[in-house]
Design a protein around this ligand. Sequence first.
Ligand code: ZN
Length: 340
Amino acid sequence: MKRLWFKGAGDVELQEVPIPEIDENGILVKIAYAGICGSDVHGYTKGGMFGGIYPEPNTFGHEFAGVVVETGAAVVDFKVGDRVWVDPLGCVRDPRLTCTAGGFGEYIAVIKPVKDVTVFILPDELSFKNASLIEPFGVGVHTKNRAKPTVDDKVLLFGAGPIGLMAWSALKHQGIENLIVAERMPSRIELARSLGAHVVDNTDIDAYEYAAEQFGTATVNAYERPDVTVVVDCVGIGALMGEYLEKGRCNSRFTTLGLDQTPLTIKPGEFMSKQFSVFGARGYEPVDIKEVIEVLVNGEVDITRIITGVYALEDYEAAFAAACDRNSGMKVVFEIDGTL
Ligand SMILES: [Zn+2]
């Protein structure tokens, strides 16, 4: 079978290797589509350490969907022909190695297939191409779910990249109407607006001031602040958390998927007085994946328009070039077997 082999920054090889073997508890999946993640881009541009594709050289690709083509003797929950999305955690022995799962290849062995936990059977109406979004979509949905938003919340979401727009579409599907997206990149603003998002370009405009114009202000414990009850950070720079601590309203929640290591200054007395809740969001849980599938199938927004490039595995150089171009590429996916 064909697979991509990550050797280091800017160095990927298309290889011909044997189809992986499964044991009695495993299943073998033929991959239809696989998406290039931001972490793959980090690895491709800076080296495996920066994208979790480590130790290098290694297999990579962790956003994929396909068909079960073989099951181990002890497997009862899956059968040949099942259309599935697989959590890359189910394909690795060490949870720190999910980015090395091996989705950029024709077949993948799932070591621990657990129904509705690591492997979900896809509804017929969900295409494999769109199902390749489930993994990153899970991250976006998990990020917003950490703050437990409800229809009464007034939400300010930072970032209209793939994950931000996925979080946005899930918030829309929840029926949250007071929802502003702050983004600076023109191409992302344009796409978000074309999907129907209320976007503020916060290059020159302060997103919190803009939110105050839209939602009004609230005065609690003598602090007058923009009436934003939930802030969702899908950008991930530490400065956004710092800005929240200064401009956030009392009794609000902030949730972030950021990896930024920059230290922040916190005034504990003010934090106490404003009764802030700050949540970190890492990965996703099965409940998030259920919601993702529901939004992909029944959401009124065609979020799959974020797929801006589809490439054959052989065209990996062009695919990575497109994925690395943040000004034009949103989500780039490999069509590994379009006949499935
Ligand atoms: Zn990913």
